[in-house]
Design a binder for this molecule. Structure first.
Ligand SMILES: Cc1cc2nc3c(=O)[nH]c(=O)nc-3n(C[C@H](O)[C@H](O)[C@H](O)COP(=O)(O)O)c2cc1C
Length: 184
């Protein structure tokens, strides 16, 4: 599948078959994440692959609202991936953020790696859904994250049991400007 096909066919998947994902397929998906660009090639991302159902269920208890369908879908998928980041490297010098904003580049790095992962998964017929609405500190405690790391996002990984319609997107004319913001 070419990259544009993977981009346009990808959907957030919130229903999964219980078909297992073999190790070779999982490593292809993780390899896509590994090859993502990052600030100064800092590669601040780390991924915890959760297959243990007890740990997975504890993670889901950290949801910020009941009935988060993306998070609940981790109960059906054979794998839950928790994306973490080292916080004091991207956008930092000697462990200090270059400016207030620069301290947050770890979020960008992890997002790039996650999107590589998600698109690689889609190209292999696998489903994912970004889950962000959880207590990152509690998830970090459950997974034993060391100081200097934090949890950024979660996704189930497995074979889709639904085919959602594309969710509407803004038109290019609404989001693209030329030379100055607001100029069409
Ligand atoms: C940063 C981020 C956080 C998200 N958090 C959740 C979440 O907690 N639960 C959920 O079901 N979906 C979550 N989503 C999925 C979005 O709802 C979804 O990507 C969006 O509605 C567009 O649909 P699509 O992915 O099928 O194109 C999240 C997406 C992103 C990018």
């Amino acid at each position: 599948m070419d990259i544009m096909e993977a981009i346009s066919s990808r959907r957030s998947i919130r229903a999964y078959k219980n078909t297992p994902v073999d190790d070779k397929t999982l490593s292809t998906v993780l390899e896509a994440a590994r090859m993502a660009p990052s600030w100064g090639n800092s590669q601040t991302w780390r991924f915890v692959i959760v297959k243990d159902e007890g740990i997975r269920d504890k993670l889901i208890e950290t949801a910020l609202r009941v009935g988060n369908r993306g998070f609940e879908a981790c109960r059906q998928a054979p794998i839950t991936i928790v994306a973490c980041a080292e916080t004091n490297r991207a956008g930092c010098r000697d462990g200090q953020p270059l400016t207030d904003k620069e301290g947050y580049w770890f979020m960008f790095d992890v997002a790039l790696a996650m999107q590589n992962l998600v698109l690689a998964a889609a190209s292999l017929g696998l489903g994912t859904v970004y889950v962000g609405a959880f207590d990152a500190r509690k998830v970090g405690e459950i997974l034993g994250l060391p100081d200097g790391f934090r949890v950024v996002a979660v996704t189930p990984l497995g074979y889709p049991d639904e085919q959602p319609e594309v969710r509407p997107r803004k038109e290019l004319s609404e989001i693209i400007f030329y030379d100055r913001f607001g100029h069409k």
